[in-house]
Design a protein around this ligand. Structure first.
Ligand code: KG4
Ligand code: ZN
Length: 366
């Protein structure tokens, strides 16, 4: 039993579908969870492939698919054991249908649909970003609809207006690299492993704030769009300059301090743009609540700066618990539970995956 999260949002009202198994396999994490509409999140387990991919400096899609195959069924058994139930107790299975790596998605989709067929229960495909977007609702206190959501993951940077489940309006998004990519690429240039976000954030804590200032792309563009690819170039230029200037006899190309100073400058640039655009989105929509979702939402500097700016202006910011910021099965089980309130639970086991999938395509008609 996963006591820490029993407090998560409980879905009110009469429901036939109560216990939902969620399977996430869109990229480099196999996540499985059991969510109960009356008892909350019962259990969730995760296997991360980070160590395997870090050897290659990034995700190798074929290796990711094979690893999902190896871990999905043992994780499903483990989550059932932790929740003290059997698969026969499960009422529906939710799986990530996209966006993501096609091979990795196919593993989760095929296992979910085969299991659902065998158990004679419905299977439902979930949009990965909808999972992220709704994940702060698992926390206590949870935001109320409507809210503005800042979605910041390895592949996406978007500001959305969220009026309810399946009611998403895109306010702005990145024109090139995602915020997570900016973290990862800057980290790589500084010789840090994959994924670079957490490593860069750690290195940045030792940086001297006054030393470097990097460009804040599109800070004053007047809209809610982002652009982070120029930042990578600025970090590259800065590292090159200092590699040459600071070559030392032990072949350390840059001093540790300079690396930390550049990491600090890169993080500040990304965070300032994200904070500024989030505030503009709140102002523009007139809404008072901001929800931050996706892996970059784990960044402590972003959280601190957002909280500070929001407090000053009477806004409130909600974050998923740290373990639900990055990819996980709980957000998929939970999104499945919410979706099954709205739509007929079908016993149709044909499946396809959607490696590219616009979030607004899943809007439910009002
Ligand atoms: O949401 P997520 O787990 O996967 C995707 O759907 O993309 O996000 C992964 C991204 C990576 O780019 C990773 O570097 C970044 O989130 N990330 C962070 C932190 N933790 C994860 N970025 C900055 N600071 C962190 N603490
Ligand atoms: Zn994600």
């Amino acid at each position: 039993m996963y006591n820490a999260h029993l407090v998560g949002r409980i879905i009110k009202g009469f429901l036939i579908v109560k216990l939902i198994l969620g399977i996430e396999s869109s990229c480099d994490e196999t996540g499985v969870a059991l969510y109960h509409t009356e008892r909350g999140l019962l259990a969730h387990v995760l296997h991360t492939q980070v160590a395997m991919h870090s050897e290659y400096g990034g995700v190798v899609p074929e290796l990711a698919s094979r690893d999902h195959i190896r871990h999905a069924l043992p994780l499903i058994r483990a989550v059932a054991q932790e929740a003290e139930c059997t698969l026969q107790d499960v009422d529906a299975i939710a799986y990530t249908q996209g966006p993501g790596l096609s091979g990795a998605l196919l593993v989760g989709a095929s296992i979910a649909c085969a299991l659902a067929y065998a158990l004679d229960i419905p299977a439902i495909g979930i949009h990965h970003l909808e999972g992220h977007l709704l994940s702060p609702l698992l926390s206590d206190p949870a935001p109320e609809f409507p809210f503005v959501a800042l979605l910041v993951s390895g592949g996406h940077t978007q500001l959305m207006r969220v009026d309810g489940v399946g009611q998403y309006i895109l306010l702005g998004e990145t024109l090139d690299d995602a915020a997570g990519e900016a973290f990862d690429k800057s980290a790589k240039l500084l010789g840090l492993g994959y994924p670079g976000g957490p490593g860069l954030a750690k290195l940045a804590t030792r940086g001297q704030p006054w030393r470097f200032k990097l460009p804040r792309p599109m800070l004053h563009s007047g809209d809610l769009d982002f652009s982070f690819s120029g930042l990578k170039t600025a970090v590259l230029t800065l590292t090159r300059q200092h590699e040459l200037a600071e070559q030392s006899p032990d072949e350390q190309n840059m001093t540790e301090q300079t690396r930390a100073d550049i990491a600090h400058a890169a993080q500040e640039a990304i965070v300032e743009v994200l904070v500024s655009k989030s505030l503009s989105a709140l102002k523009q929509t007139g809404l008072k609540q901001l929800v931050v979702a996706g892996g970059v939402g784990a960044n402590q500097r972003l959280r601190a700066q957002l909280d500070q700016a929001a407090n000053k202006r009477g806004y409130r910011v909600f974050y998923p618990d740290l373990e639900f910021c990055t990819d996980n099965g709980a957000m998929i089980a939970f999104a499945g539970a919410l979706r099954l309130q709205q739509q007929e639970a079908k016993r149709d086991y044909r499946f396809n995956v959607k490696p590219r999938w616009d979030l607004q395509q899943i809007n439910t008609a009002t």
